[in-house]
Design a protein around this ligand. Structure first.
Ligand code: AMP
Length: 192
């Protein structure tokens, strides 16, 4: 199986690139942000709990997100592999994911980390806020908080995968096609 952690700060282009990678490599997309937004829209208990954190740009508690992703993985059979997008966001989530995947004997193959500087991220997110319909993309102070939370709580996950020799940085600035090529080259290198 090809299991990819597509990593990077908010606005790095994970969703756009994930959609292209899914098609090329026939993988299942697991985006915790998308799952949480669906729960929020359906006004489930989980969605109502998550909303309090999401509208401030804070992380939803590990226990909630880990339980949610585990249920999702358990509900899917016959996948050729997964793209994890927006997950794991803490070392506790990364360790829980390793434990889940070891039960299935299909570990993470690689972490592909899109690198984009903070000024470019803020510009992209404000632009996305015009038509994404996402409240957390419209307000500059929420955007800045999401980037702060990424730097403080999420970026340590890089070391988690570096220790396993699974980390690859990919330039996240440039045309969508060039960034995609960078990701595909890194994936195809795994097979060599
Ligand atoms: P995203 O669509 O990945 O930018 O996620 C939007 C929001 O959902 C984040 O700002 C968090 O509040 C929440 N969220 C998404 N994924 C996670 C995660 N793995 N851990 C905690 N919170 C998350």
């Amino acid at each position: 199986m090809l299991n990819i952690v597509l990593f990077g700060p908010p606005g790095a282009g994970k969703g756009t690139q994930a959609a292209m990678l899914l098609e090329k490599y026939q993988l299942v997309h697991l985006s915790t942000g998308d799952i949480l937004r669906a729960e929020l829209k359906a006004e489930t208990a989980l969605g109502k709990e998550a909303k309090k954190f999401m509208e401030k740009g804070e992380l939803v508690p590990d226990s909630v997100v880990i339980g949610m992703i585990e249920a999702k993985i358990d509900s899917i059979s016959g996948a050729k592999g997964y793209i994890f997008d927006g997950f794991p966001r803490t070392n506790a989530q990364a360790a829980a994911l390793d434990a889940m995947l070891s039960k299935k004997r299909s570990p993470i193959s690689v972490m592909l980390a899109l690198t984009v500087d903070d000024d470019e991220l803020i510009k992209r997110l404000l632009l996305r806020g015009n038509d994404s319909g996402r409240a957390d993309d419209k307000d500059q102070s929420i955007i800045e908080n999401r980037i702060k939370v990424y730097n403080k709580e999420t970026s340590p996950v890089i070391d988690f995968y570096k220790k396993q020799n699974k980390f690859k940085a990919i330039n996240g600035v440039g045309t969508i096609d060039n960034i995609f090529k960078g990701l595909c080259n890194a994936i195809d290198d795994l097979k060599k």
